[in-house]
Design a protein around this ligand. Structure first.
Ligand SMILES: C[C@H](O)[C@@H](O)CC(=O)C(=O)O
Ligand SMILES: [Mg+2]
Length: 471
C-alpha cells in the first residue's frame, strides 16, 4: 500500500575527484569528476522510509542541476505519494510541462536531469513501500498499470499504448523462467574500467590483466569477427555460465594513440573476445567513417557516440558506411529523450541502444524506450558507470529481459568498477554478471558518511583538495 505525503525534499551536490586518477576520461571529457545531484524525499508516513534519487553529473555541472531540482521541488512537496503513482503519467507531464522551466528544456538538458533525480527518488520510495527491489516491482506490475506510468506523447507514430500492451502481454509468456534465470545467473556485463583515455599503456595492461583474471575470460561462441548481421551470440553455456566477454576502449583523440592502444588491448584479450570503441562525440560524420575504417582491423563490435548525439541522420550515415566493415553504431548515454531514440530507431541510425537511468526522465521514460527498442528489435545495452549508474540501470535491464525483450542476444550491460563502495546497496557482480538486487528500492541510497565527506565544497575531501590548490 502506497502511503504518506511528501513533506521534505533535499538536494546535495556530491562530487568524487576521479579526474585526479584519469578515471572516466574520454576524448571529450578529459577531467571528469564523477558527481551526483542527490535528492532525498521524506514523507509524513510512520514507516520512516525515504526515497533517494540521483542524477549523474560531472563536477561543476552539479551545481546547475541542484538549482533545477530546487526549482522543480514545489511540484512534489505536499503531494500524496499515492496520488503521484496513481497517475504517474499525469505527474510526469506536470513535471516536464512546468510553464516556465519547460522553456529551458523541453525534456532535455539540465532540467531533464533534475526531473530524473526527483523521479528516481519517487520510484525508490514506491519500491521501498512495496517492499520490493525496483526490477521486481516492475516485473510484478500489471501491464496496464505499468503503461499508465508512460507519457506516450510524441511517440504514438511508432508505438501506441495498445501496441505496447501487446508487447507486455507477449512478455508474460516464460516470465517466471526468465526471472529464475536472472536470479540464478544474473545479467551479463561488460567492462569499461580498463581503458579510460587518460590511462597510461602500463595501467591499461595491468587493468586488462586483472580483468581477465577476475573472470572476463570465457571463449566466445559467436565472434565479433563476423559481420554484424551474423552476430548471434548465445551468452550462456549449458551450465548457465556466461560465455563471451566484452571490453570497451576509449578512442577519438589521436589516431596513432588509438591504433597502439587498440592493438595492445586486442593482443591481450585475444581475437575471440568482443571489443567495443567509444569516441564520446569527438568526430564529424566523414571523420568518424575514416577514423573507424582505420581501426576496423581491431574488429570492434561497435563504435559508440561517433558524433554529436543530436545528429540522427549523421548516425544513420555512419551506420550505413560502417556496416560492410562489421562495425555497428551504439549511442544513447547523451540522448535527451524518447523522441531522439524514436528517430534513431526510425532512421536505422543505431544497432545498439544505450539507455541511461539518469539522462532520460527516470523509469517512466526509459520504459517507453525499452518498448520501442523491442518493437524495432534493436538490442539494448545500457550505459552505466559514473556514480550509481550501474546500481540503477541493472534494475531496468533485468526488467527488460524478464518482461519485454526476453532475449540476451547481443546484449550486455556496461559495468565500471568505480565508487560502488559509497552506496548502501552496491551492485553485486558474479562471473561478470549483474546479480538481481534483493533489497527493496532502486539501489539509489548512498552512505551518509560518503555524502558528507564528498559534498561540495564543504565535505572533508573537498576542503583538503581546495586548500591544497590554494597553496
Ligand atoms: C565521462 C564518462 O566517463 C564517459 O566517458 C562514460 C562513457 O562514455 C561510457 O561509460 O560509455
Ligand atoms: Mg560511452
Amino acid at each position: 500500500m502506497v502511503r504518506g505525503r511528501i513533506c521534505s525534499l533535499s538536494v546535495r551536490d556530491v562530487r568524487f575527484p576521479t579526474s585526479l586518477g584519469g578515471h572516466g576520461s574520454d576524448a571529450m571529457h578529459t577531467d571528469p569528476d564523477y558527481s551526483a545531484a542527490y535528492v532525498v524525499l521524506e514523507t509524513d508516513a510512520e514507516d520512516g522510509l525515504k526515497g533517494y534519487g540521483i542524477t549523474f553529473t560531472l563536477g561543476k555541472g552539479t551545481e546547475v542541476v541542484v538549482c533545477a531540482v530546487n526549482a522543480l521541488a514545489h511540484h512534489v512537496l505536499n503531494k500524496d505519494l499515492g496520488d503521484i503513482v496513481g497517475d504517474f503519467r499525469g505527474f510526469y507531464r506536470q513535471l516536464t510541462s512546468d510553464g516556465q522551466l519547460r522553456w529551458i528544456g523541453p525534456e532535455k538538458g539540465v532540467v531533464h536531469l533534475a526531473t530524473a533525480a526527483i523521479l528516481n527518488a519517487v520510484w525508490d520510495l514506491w519500491a521501498k513501500q512495496e517492499g520490493k527491489p525496483l526490477w521486481k516491482l516492475l516485473v510484478d506490475m500489471d501491464p496496464r498499470t505499468l503503461l499508465s506510468c508512460i507519457d506516450f506523447r510524441y511517440i504514438t507514430d511508432v508505438l501506441t499504448e495498445e501496441e505496447a500492451y501487446e508487447i507486455l502481454q507477449k512478455g508474460q509468456v516464460g516470465k517466471k523462467e526468465r526471472e529464475g534465470q536472472m536470479l540464478m545467473h544474473g545479467y551479463p556485463a561488460y567492462t569499461t574500467s580498463c581503458a579510460w583515455l587518460g590511462y597510461s599503456d602500463d595501467t591499461l595492461k595491468q587493468l586488462c590483466t586483472e580483468a581477465l583474471k577476475a573472470g572476463w575470460t570465457r571463449p566466445a561462441v559467436g565472434s565479433s569477427l563476423l559481420s554484424l548481421s551474423c552476430v548471434n551470440m548465445d551468452p550462456w553455456t549449458s551450465e548457465g555460465l556466461p560465455l563471451d566477454k566484452w571490453f570497451k576502449v576509449k578512442v577519438g583523440a589521436d589516431l596513432q594513440d588509438d591504433v597502439r592502444r587498440c592493438r595492445l588491448i586486442r593482443n591481450m584479450i585475444g581475437p575471440e573476445k568482443t571489443l567495443m570503441m567509444d569516441a564520446n562525440q569527438r568526430w564529424d560524420v566523414p571523420e568518424a567513417v575514416k577514423w573507424m575504417s582505420q581501426l576496423a582491423e581491431f574488429k570492434p563490435l561497435w563504435i559508440e557516440e561517433p558524433t554529436s548525439p543530436d545528429d540522427i541522420l549523421g548516425h544513420a550515415a555512419i551506420s550505413k558506411a560502417l556496416a560492410p566493415l562489421g562495425i555497428g553504431v551504439a549511442t544513447g548515454e547523451q540522448c535527451h529523450n524518447r523522441v531522439i531514440f524514436k528517430q534513431l530507431l526510425q532512421a536505422k541510425a543505431l544497432q545498439f541502444l544505450q539507455i541511461d537511468s539518469c539522462r532520460l526522465g527516470s523509469v517512466n521514460e526509459n520504459l517507453s524506450v525499452l518498448l520501442m527498442a523491442k518493437k524495432f528489435e534493436i538490442p539494448v545495452c545500457p550505459h552505466a558507470g559514473g556514480v550509481g549508474l550501474c546500481e540503477l540501470v541493472q534494475h531496468l535491464i533485468i526488467f527488460d529481459f524478464i518482461s519485454v525483450s526476453a532475449s540476451l542476444q547481443n546484449r550486455m550491460c556496461e559495468y565500471v568498477d568505480h565508487l560502488h563502495e559509497h552506496f548502501r546497496y552496491p551492485v553485486i557482480i558474479k562471473k561478470a554478471s549483474y546479480m538481481p538486487p534483493k533489497d527493496a528500492g532502486y539501489s539509489t541510497e548512498m552512505k551518509e558518511e560518503s555524502v558528507k565527506k564528498h559534498q561540495y565544497p564543504d565535505g572533508e575531501v573537498w576542503k583538503k583538495l581546495l586548500a591544497a590548490q590554494e597553496n
